[in-house]
Design a binder for this molecule. Structure first.
Ligand code: GDP
Ligand code: MN
Length: 381
């Protein structure tokens, strides 16, 4: 789960990281009001869950409350990378001398969190890593020992941070590590961490990604989820405990088991097609769950065919088939369906499906080929 900038910075500030004063607004009048309270120039920042807002025109400086109102009106009417802007953060504008990057994530290969700092702040770290990797300094953190003081100093030295800022930098690095650890985050990032013309360090931007599997331990963080900006399909999928990830292809996939889902996507690609999604309906899925999954897949206008690959173990073939039939009664669609059903009660399942005009396949390769052919010649969604 991604947090908005204003939410991430709020958490950061609880850990002693200095952030600009400011508040979030849902309309231009509120933005003006906040600018008046802050007094002085402000920055109006679109709150959308993607990076690169600055480049997209979603971050603007306003010198007066009336300009703040005007820019908030503009920004609240924008879409950034396809996401509508529903809120803006109105922050006291910082006078920036230097932009630094400071972030922490998991390094799976090292099996440890890694904290990274760079003198090339403000730019996406993936870009820096590609173009000028020598500008990134990394330290791996032993999760039992935590971030050691010498490691924070190594980072400061690595990015040639002036000595004057080392103490504060250390405090910020420790705060970021604690925020990351306590929240079960998979990413905590300040980009940029700036040095102001008053020689202060300030976290101007903030980003946190939380581990969904740990959210049950943090009801107060789970509550921060912004359903307004989440694709509806993801909200639906979560409601029915389905693992769903939208992809760009045309072949919708309904599969039980994450491994089987990945194998199905591989075979589709190997056969020359592109999957439209990853979906694991899980073991023992009820017909209600199957129906929900089918509705979610078909809500994607790119889907030209649906491929069911079901291995009946705990999940019974006849139960899945009944789910498919139930779903087809709820959704009006002309999208062709290809099924490959094996395992427990597969015979009964196939019988039910054959009455519903579905294309059946014996093997996964055969199913993928039939799905690709149907997508190319199919009626469309
Ligand atoms: P992002 O583009 O989504 O990463 O949004 P950021 O919050 O990082 O802002 C992008 C850029 O806008 C920053 O790198 C800064 O250069 C600039 N910016 C953001 N806030 C301020 C501010 O308060 N004052 C000034 N002068 N520039 C700012
Ligand atoms: Mn940024």
């Amino acid at each position: 789960m991604k947090l908005h900038e204003y939410q991430s910075k709020h958490i950061f500030s609880n850990y002693g990281i200095p952030i600009p004063s400011g508040r979030v607004a849902a309309n231009a009048a509120e933005a003006k009001q906040i600018a008046e309270e802050l007094g002085g120039p402000v920055v109006i920042k679109s709150q959308v869950l993607v990076g690169g807002r600055g480049k997209a025109g979603g971050i603007r400086l306003a010198k007066s409350p009336s300009e703040a109102e005007e820019l908030a009106t503009q920004i609240l009417g924008m879409e950034i990378k396809g996401l509508p802007v529903r809120k803006v953060l109105v922050d006291e504008a910082a006078s920036i001398e230097t932009e630094i990057y400071l972030g922490i994530t998991n390094d799976r290969a090292e099996r440890k969190p890694v904290m990274m700092a760079s003198s090339a702040g403000g730019i996406e770290i993936e870009q820096v890593s590609k173009d000028t990797p020598e500008k990134i300094t990394k330290v791996h953190i032993d999760p039992l020992l935590g971030l050691r003081d010498y490691q924070a100093r190594d980072l400061a030295a690595g990015i040639d941070l002036p000595r004057l800022h080392w103490r504060m930098f250390g405090q910020i690095a420790r705060g970021l590590w604690k925020a990351y650890l306590d929240s079960d985050a998979t990413l905590a990032e300040i980009n940029p961490l700036v040095i102001t013309s008053q020689d202060r360090l300030l976290a101007v931007d903030g980003k946190m990604v939380l581990d969904d599997n740990a959210l049950f331990r943090h009801p107060e963080l789970a509550e921060m989820r912004d359903l307004d900006v989440e694709p509806e399909a993801e909200t639906e999928a979560r409601k029915y405990s389905l693992s769903f990830i939208k992809l760009d292809g045309q072949i919708g996939c309904m599969v039980n088991g994450a491994g089987l889902a990945m194998a199905t996507m591989d075979i589709i690609k190997l056969s020359g097609g592109e999957p439209a999604n990853f979906l694991d309906i899980g073991g023992g899925a009820s017909s209600e769950k199957v129906a929900a999954a089918l509705r979610i897949i078909l809500s994607d206008p790119d889907v030209k065919v649906v491929l069911f690959n079901i291995f009946g173990g705990i999940t019974r073939g006849d139960e899945v088939a009944r789910g498919i039939i139930a779903a087809l009664q709820q959704v009006d669609t002309r999208v062709p369906m290809v099924t490959r059903l094996v395992g427990t009660n597969a015979e009964e399942g196939r019988q039910i499906l054959s009455e519903a005009n579905m294309i059946t396949a014996e093997t996964l390769v055969n199913a993928a080929e039939k799905a690709i052919a149907a997508a190319e010649g199919g009626a469309g969604n």
